[in-house]
Design a protein around this ligand. Sequence first.
Ligand SMILES: [Zn+2]
Length: 99
Amino acid sequence: MDKQSLFVEVANLEERIGELYTEVGALREKILALIEENQRLEQEVELARQGVRPDGDGARPGKENLLRIYQEGFHICNVKYGSLRTEGECLFCMAFLQK
Ligand SMILES: [Zn+2]
């Protein structure tokens, strides 16, 4: 391998490292934003959980709240209530919403 192509390769590598560095920075920003969003949602779920508690049938927030919580990515079913939906739609939640 001649010197010239080595220099070219190093220059290319440097450029890619620079791009990666920028990407890592952007990812860090996204992660921070996600963490903040997650904290906000956790607070919201906690509030909703403590919220509307009609006497008698179940300590559950109203259906509109539940739907909103579900759409924000949380379980509202008895199985995993309040935890993050990582596997897409949840049949238990859907069944619950259709009640
Ligand atoms: Zn669920």
